[in-house]
Unconditional design. Structure first.
Length: 217
């Protein structure tokens, strides 16, 4: 009996590791990661789920996910995916019946992307933009950050600090008008909300029938 239990336990460990490696490799290839993400599958036994062709659920944590916009790359510092009912497709990819995703982008990466220094503003949807302008020196303005459609983050509503000429606001507004695209993230996700934290912005996305490959693929 003990030998049988040990054999069954060993088989379950192998099935779990195989499934996690399979999903990790699919995500790595699908969204262009330099290394495989961490994957933890749910439900027991995993071997039975494999036999049925549906994994009950999986949590995935990926770091440094590249997002490209006309050759300008922005890194998503951390991408956390919670998947429900994961299926293996004939193409070798993975598909989830439902997914909830948080994407965290640091202020350093946002500042490099926009070309002006960005930090947290006064509210959960406000950022502070700071730059140096000829003749004016350092100028700052607050701005609103939020969804700019189902697959992009936008910054708008620039409000100048006191005693800053309107022309400076126009220049800052021009720098911030570029949207942060999320098309490199899995197909089927839509942006629900954006929150500003001490370290950057966090985007919440969700969707049904989500393919673990980007829409741009």
């Amino acid at each position: 009996m003990a030998v049988t239990l040990l054999a069954a336990a060993g088989g379950e460990v192998s099935a779990t590791q195989y499934t996690q490696d399979r999903i990790a490799d699919s995500v790595r290839r699908g969204i262009g990661l330099a290394s495989a993400p961490e994957v933890h599958v749910h439900g027991f036994p995993v071997s039975l789920q494999l036999a049925r062709g549906v994994i009950t659920g999986a949590d995935i944590d990926a770091a440094h996910v590249p997002v490209d916009l006309n050759g300008r790359v922005l890194n998503v510092q951390d991408l956390a995916l919670h998947l429900q009912r994961v299926h293996r497709e004939q193409s070798g990819g993975e598909r989830a019946d439902r997914a909830e995703v948080t994407a965290t982008i640091t202020f350093d990466d946002l500042s490099a992307f926009y070309g002006v220094a960005l930090g947290r503003g006064d509210g959960d949807d406000q950022v502070l933009a700071t730059t140096r302008l000829p003749l004016l020196g350092t100028v700052s303005a607050s701005a609103h950050v939020g969804p700019a459609g189902p697959r992009a983050i936008g910054i708008d509503g620039v409000r100048l600090s006191e005693n800053v000429p309107p022309a400076a606001g126009a220049l800052l507004g021009k720098a911030l008008e570029r949207e942060v695209p999320l098309d490199n993230l899995p197909e089927g996700l839509a942006l629900r909300s954006v929150a500003v934290t001490d370290h950057g912005i966090v985007a919440l996305m969700s969707g049904h029938d989500v393919e673990l490959r980007p829409r741009a693929a």
